[in-house]
Design a protein. Structure first.
Length: 575
């Protein structure tokens, strides 16, 4: 029996931080300051011959998207007349362009002009660290941590983000150890180490460091919160709850902290307690939208969809929550079978982390409404906007076509997908199943062998190829080792048991075939397995049992291809 494996797209939505070193970009463009920045220059700099011209040229180039030209002119102005504003701008553009050498040069000039400003130290430290110049980077970190107004918390958070995304794991943690050796009494540094350790899955180190931070500063509630989060990730919900309650005892009026506690209770399945915390917040602050969103999602989890919908509708006019509110309203309408309304809500989610999910759900709504052509057109558009999700979208569209028995179109689509994403195992496997429906056994075999070349222990591919060789060819000696390997990998899989039983029947071992087919049918009453079992029973002379199974399976699936072929082959078995 061929086992159809549908790869359902699952999105894991996580909140991640990415250090930009002060450079904020949007859609791949660097921010361009207007010419008023020239007015902020020192009078002596404004009078420097050529400086104003270089800045005007640089900013004009930036507005046109000619960032390399902009950087060249900013750097020339920076070298000609050292000025904090020019040096900062040159640093920003160089970092955006990933020109580390010029970013370091500009930041060094910036530091020279403003030695007390922590920003150029922070940028140089992180860029040097990325280049592997740890000793030089440490000099800047020490300078930062020694300055009384170094924006310590911001500096350390930026450092953690940078280490987590740009530096290999051992290297980042080693740097934190070096800094703590220099400043063992700095609670914020222990907290930063704990944060980095938790991001990298080093939970025991994170607990140790939050403990150190709290020993140095018992009022550091963010360390207590991080400790609770780590405990929760380690599966110790009792300790996590205790840490959160301690934090609340320290700051009982901290609404944000109470929301975190409510979220923890929701994740722990304590919905009644979570509802109590959220109601407490909303009673005090009825316009607290974060708490209302938490309440709406809680009501949805509890199946109180009408109440949840009312809460989400109240949030649909709030800019922060508008897209998420429409997404969940779409889910509620879809559950109620109101597909047109669901589609309307999903289509209003035009940005944010849920946009992809909303577009896919809108496509699903169209499919269920029977609008196959529009659904396909939308999937093409989604692939264009979310190229990183192309694999899942190709699989979703091919599944849509298969369900509608448009096998030729599905085959062409999967072939196109393999041109875009050559060698993808999921695409090869999916195309092999479609090829079998089109009697293109040679393509099916080639695709499955390509899958097995990459993953020799892929039980689904072993089973699919072994079954096809058994059912569609006389190459039974080739099929046997494939199915035996699949059986060894998944001995209780009914699809594989069915394939192996069918092979034994084709090889003439009827008792062993019946044994495997009966076991498979006992696990799942599938028409394909029932068809095989009935045929072996019929040939074995147990015709009343065969007739009973065939009739039962035909009632279950009147259009099943194998059963219809069996009815033509053994008409008396279906009377």
């Amino acid at each position: 029996m061929k086992q159809l494996v549908y790869l359902v797209p699952v999105l894991s939505l996580t909140l991640t931080g990415c250090s930009t070193l002060g450079v904020k970009s949007n859609n791949g463009t660097v921010p361009v300051e207007d010419v008023q920045a020239i007015g902020a220059l020192k009078p002596s700099t404004q009078q420097e011959p050529g400086v104003v011209y270089l800045l005007l040229t640089a900013e004009l180039a930036g507005q046109r998207g000619q960032y390399q030209e902009a950087l060249k002119n900013y750097m020339a102005a920076c070298r000609l007349a050292p000025d904090a504003h020019i040096a900062e701008r040159a640093t920003q553009v160089a970092v955006f362009l990933k020109d580390t050498a010029q970013a370091l040069e500009a930041a060094a000039i910036w530091e020279q002009v403003e030695p007390a400003n922590p920003a150029p130290h922070r940028i140089q430290a992180m860029l040097l660290l990325k280049q592997g110049q740890t000793a030089d980077a440490m000099k800047h970190f020490k300078s930062l941590l020694s300055q009384p107004d170094a924006e310590l918390e911001h500096t350390l958070i930026e450092l953690v983000k940078w280490l987590n995304t740009e530096i290999d794991r051992p290297g980042g943690l080693d740097l934190m150890v070096q800094l703590i050796d220099q400043y063992p009494r700095m609670a914020e540094l222990h907290f930063a180490y704990a944060l980095l350790a938790s991001e990298q899955g080093e939970y025991q180190k994170a607990l140790e460091q939050t403990g150190q931070a709290l020993a140095l500063d018992p009022d550091m509630n963010r360390a207590r919160l991080l400790r609770a989060q780590v405990m929760s990730q380690m599966g110790d919900s009792v300790a996590a709850r205790s840490a959160l309650r301690q934090a609340l005892a320290k700051e009982p009026e901290n609404t944000g902290l109470r929301i975190i506690y409510a979220q923890f209770l929701m994740k722990s399945g304590e919905r009644k307690a979570a509802r109590h915390e959220l109601d407490r917040i909303l009673k005090k602050e009825p316009a607290h939208h974060d708490a209302r969103f938490g309440l709406a999602t809680l009501l949805m989890e509890q199946g109180q969809l009408n109440q949840a919908a009312r809460e989400f509708e109240s949030l649909a006019s709030v800019e922060k929550w508008r897209h998420q509110a429409h997404f969940y309203l779409g889910l509620i309408e879809a559950r109620a079978g109101h597909l047109a309304s669901a589609l309307s809500h999903f289509d209003r989610v035009t940005e944010g982390v849920l946009e992809f999910d909303a577009r896919v759900n809108a496509t699903t709504a169209l499919i269920n409404m029977g609008n196959l052509q529009e659904a396909r057109q939308r999937l093409v558009g989604i692939r264009s906007k979310f190229p990183n999700e192309a694999l899942r979208l190709y699989l979703l569209e091919s599944e849509l076509l298969v369900r509608n028995k448009a096998f030729s179109e599905a085959f062409d689509l999967l072939s196109e997908a393999l041109t875009d994403l050559p060698g993808q195992v999921e695409l090869l496997y999916s195309r092999s199943l479609v090829a079998e429906q089109l009697d293109r056994v040679e393509v099916m075999e080639a695709d499955l062998r390509a899958v097995l070349e990459k993953n020799p222990d892929d039980a689904n591919a072993l089973n699919a190829l072994g079954y096809t060789l058994t059912d569609r060819t006389d190459r039974l000696d080739e099929a046997r080792p494939l199915l035996e390997r699949a059986m060894a990998l998944r001995p209780r899989d009914p699809a594989i048991m069915d394939s192996y039983g069918w092979l034994l029947y084709r090889q003439g071992d009827l008792p062993a075939a019946l044994n495997h087919l009966r076991q498979a049918f006992g696990l799942v009453k599938d028409p394909e397995i029932g068809g095989h079992l009935g045929e072996v029973l019929w040939v074995s002379g147990q015709r009343s049992q065969a007739r009973k199974i065939w009739r039962e399976m035909l009632r279950k699936d009147p259009g099943h291809g194998r059963l219809l072929r069996l009815r033509e082959k053994y008409p008396e078995g279906f009377r």
